[in-house]
Design a binder for this molecule. Sequence first.
Ligand SMILES: Nc1ncnc2c1ncn2[C@@H]1O[C@H](COP(=O)(O)OP(=O)(O)OP(=O)(O)O)[C@@H](O)[C@H]1O
Ligand SMILES: [Mg+2]
Length: 382
Amino acid sequence: MVRVLLNEETLDASYLPARLVHREKELELVYRRFRESFSKGLPNHLLLTGGVGSGKTALARRLGADLERGGRLAGLPVRTAYINCWRRASDRTVMLDLLRSVHVSLPDRGYSLSEMLDVFEQGLRKSPEHLLVLLDEASSLVRQGTKLVYLLSRSHEVELGSISLVLIAVEDLFPLLDPASRSSFGVTRRLSLAPYDRAALVDILASRAELALRAGSYERDVLDQIARIASPNGDARFALEILAGAAHAADDEGADAISSEHVRRAKGSILPTVTEGQLEALSTHELGILLSLSRLLKGRGSSAASQKLRANHAALLEELHAPPMSRTTFWRTLKELERDGLVTLETGGSGESSQVAMDELPASYLATLLEERLGRGRTGKG
Ligand SMILES: Nc1ncnc2c1ncn2[C@@H]1O[C@H](COP(=O)(O)OP(=O)(O)OP(=O)(O)O)[C@@H](O)[C@H]1O
Ligand SMILES: [Mg+2]
């Protein structure tokens, strides 16, 4: 049997493609800035921001790999240390990873940050190189008032070694940095990636499909269908996940090409860009409206009239013994949900006649979250 999916690993988020279509300009720009700085014997830093799936991690890792190949600073070879700070949101835990990157391992207890910095400095001195530190998902680290960012961006002054720093996050971290660190991230050291539009997503899908799928097993139309689904958020990861899912669906069926039905099936089994973390971050108002909507949509088409949603939501609030919500608050919350890409609003002539649509979000999960939240709210008060 001929298969559609030939190299699944090349669709994986951890695979770093040699070319990043539609990010060539950005990559070229930051690469040049690092090279220029290195040629003067100076480190360079970068604050890289952009929405979910906009290619931040891929761009930063590509930059690292390219600089390892083509860059030197004062004779030192460049080496990249990539650290995802998502679950290591403290200076000490990030420091443990940094130590490993210079081949020192310390037990994770009993050392202060400054002791760890000393050991790190010695490790770096033993095998002299310019270390390009990529701190991915750095939001919570910075929000917790990191000292490490300052130290790494002033490595020379604080005699830590030769280090360049790339901070990566969805939100703009600049306003959250302390004034001393801010001065290391002047305007030429900040780059914000715009979301991909539909045409860009088609090209990205095509570039990855070429690596992963058998030639002739997919048509441009199918890629465009996927791009359309992913374009409201410009999220390349979501697009690639749907492509992988559709290719699996085709193979499971023994089909020799991906059809639009395979795409629909794949889309149904993947949650949209919403992560559990994002749902946790929603306000109680937003959760309540989403829950009403998901109950309303169950088996009844993909969109509901906004008046109906409002009535349904009012009933939910009553059921939960929560205070009623004003019409303006309801609309403002709905707009916020739209801005976050969780619902789509199709406004008719007057506001009241809109249709509200959303991709399948598990109602049971929303209900649990909401109940937990309200439960917490009550214990908080009493
Ligand atoms: N221009 C591109 N060309 C090819 N593949 C791309 C491109 N941009 C992103 N991708 C792929 O899309 C997926 C998501 O990209 P990436 O992980 O870099 O996004 P991100 O901005 O870091 O998202 P997040 O905020 O969720 O971490 C990865 O598999 C990546 O390889
Ligand atoms: Mg990322």
